[in-house]
Write a protein that binds this ligand. Structure first.
Ligand code: FPP
Length: 257
């Protein structure tokens, strides 16, 4: 049921129960393993991205039902342009397909779309789809579905340093006024206000690295790594990852001891 033939099976105890009082407010996901999922099925890599998009729909709904307030998904990094043109083109078309088919459901569920990343460098059709989705959902007050698109954390920090330096030069900002709050306010996650920093970052597909994702914002986040490839993630596996987060939190947090 979980994973693919020959792959290590996750141990999910059917007694795992999520503590609904302690659902993380901001969950960030590195959606890895689309290519491997496809290759294991002798399909082209883009079939993995297509199925990965369907997983985005499923997990968005599960996250919303659980009361998660922000779901940040790493959909395309500033480094992903290095992939073959055909794959990049396919990935650039995915937001168009996704929002074309899914915005009514997002609206019906009061979900607001936001984006972090250098969206002005995306193809015009992708920018249009993203901007329309942001516009169409801007009055929704429920979960924020936050896509990282052409996002890279080092580039984000460079942009912040440049903007702050400019303020020092032109607006008489003093060096002493540069503190953690000011830096956070110059990052792309500023629009998430007090929810800018994820409580937990989940990476699928067994790799245990951060890949230039939210480097400033994850200073105090819990990291959960799961073996399943992103297209294979379902509600049970996603809840299992949240369960691991809650267990970890219980072990290391101060309040429940
Ligand atoms: C990493 O897997 C995945 C990506 C680079 C793309 C992620 C995109 C989606 C899941 C779809 C996004 C949907 C929308 C709506 C924008 P990989 O290709 O690196 O997998 P591999 O490591 O097995 O090769």
């Amino acid at each position: 049921m979980f994973g693919f033939k020959g792959k290590k099976q996750p141990t999910i105890d059917s007694n795992e129960t999520l503590d609904l009082q302690r659902i993380p407010k901001h969950v960030a996901i590195i959606m890895d393993g689309n290519g491997r999922w496809a290759q294991q099925r002798h399909l082209p890599r883009i079939a993995g991205h297509k199925e990965g998009m369907n997983t985005v729909k499923k997990i968005t709904m599960v996250a919303n039902d659980l009361g998660i307030q922000v779901l940040t998904l790493y959909a395309f990094s500033t480094e992903n342009w290095k992939r073959p043109d055909q794959e990049v083109n396919y990935l650039m078309g995915l937001p168009v397909t996704f929002f074309d088919t899914f915005v009514p459901e997002l609206i019906a569920n009061n979900i607001q779309v936001q984006v972090i990343g250098y969206t002005d460098q995306l193809p015009a059709k992708t920018q249009k789809a993203v901007n329309n989705a942001i516009e169409q959902t801007k009055n929704n007050t429920g979960m924020v579905l936050n896509f990282a698109l052409n996002y890279g954390s080092r580039a984000e920090i460079v942009s912040a340093v440049q903007a702050i330096s400019q303020e020092v030069v032109t607006n008489n900002l003093t060096i002493e006024a540069i503190d953690e709050t000011l830096i956070s306010e110059h990052l792309m996650t500023k629009q998430l206000n007090e929810l800018a920093d994820p409580d937990v970052i989940i990476r699928t597909s067994g790799e245990q690295r951060i890949s230039n994702f939210l480097l400033w914002q994850i200073a105090y986040s819990e990291f959960v790594f799961i073996d399943e490839h992103w297209p294979a993630v379902d509600a049970t596996i996603f809840k299992h990852a949240l369960f691991l987060y809650q267990k970890r939190d219980r072990r290391f947090g101060g309040l429940n001891k």
